[in-house]
Design a protein around this ligand. Sequence first.
Ligand code: PLP
Length: 356
Amino acid sequence: MSHMFIPGPVDVSEEVMQAMTQPMIPHRSKEFDELFRRTAEGMQKVFLTQNRVFQPPASGSGMQEAAMRNLVAQDVLVLVNGAFADRWYKVGVANGKSVDRLDVPWGEAHTPEMLRAALKAKHYEAVAIVHNETSTGVENPVKELAAVVHEISPDTLIMVDAVSSLGGVKIETDAWGLDFVLTSSQKCLALPPGMSFAAVSERAMAKAETVPNRGWYFDLLLLEKHRIKDSTPMTPTMQIIYGLDKQLERIFAEGLENRWARHTAMAQRVQSWMLAHDMPALAKSEYCSKTVSTIQNTREIDISGLNKFLLTKGMRIANGYGDLKNKTFRIATMGDTTMDDVNQLLDAFEEYLKIA
Ligand SMILES: *Cc1c(COP(=O)(O)O)cnc(C)c1O
């Protein structure tokens, strides 16, 4: 049994792997429609929304592109505080949008005040926010940021990347008034990569009708036409949907509240252990991610040496991302990982610190 403490793809349980061995069925069939409807309804519960949930074949980045192509004709603001927010910015530019960025240094979160000032200076059709920046281990305060958008610029749509948090952290899509919340299968949902999800509001769908050049693959209006018939325009990721159906059963058996609490407890355990070993998280404690800990490599640990050692015990962690490589390392505690797994990792880490 391997334990991957990397921020996706994460380990997939034996039970879910088994579920994915079921035979293929036609995706234009009653059996498939029922399965597809059941997973869409299950995902609405995970997203805490009454909004429609799309389940197309794509990774999370595909849904970043879908948001840009469908919700923005021209002006969009991206809140950038790490690599995945920077990717969303690039996606907007690559799709010909007029994209402004609101940057904060990596390791920091955006404050409601800075967003307020940006929205007062210029009108945007949409604001893009990464909820959990997987490069820096920062959780952006989406609830507070969304409240500012609603107050200052009520017609501005709110797009949220929750790829590395949905299913592990409580995100209140409806209560916070989020118009487009996206995620993918291989992080907190603990499924194989290849499937994406987006919870999309009524007003976002209405906006899409006015936006030209939405393309074909991620056209929300086309996806909606098929969704109401419990399918997708293209061939869906049938195997992952089998896995998702089983995984949703397991998620509701654990209980969403318990699942969120488990994620928080595991991240806090990692962060406090590291701090006790003079290795603080990059983020300030109030913004520390609940799913991935980006730890400052103050002891100048040889990360690849550490990983070689961990691999002898069937475990691995992740190096820092981009410019943060070797300056930080990352420990993801996502999906079905347990506190026992975390303790085993920390024991091995301790052992390595003694011999390295
Ligand atoms: C992993 C990740 C992505 C990219 O998702 P893919 O499924 O790999 O395309 C985007 N945003 C965040 C915050 C991520 O952690």
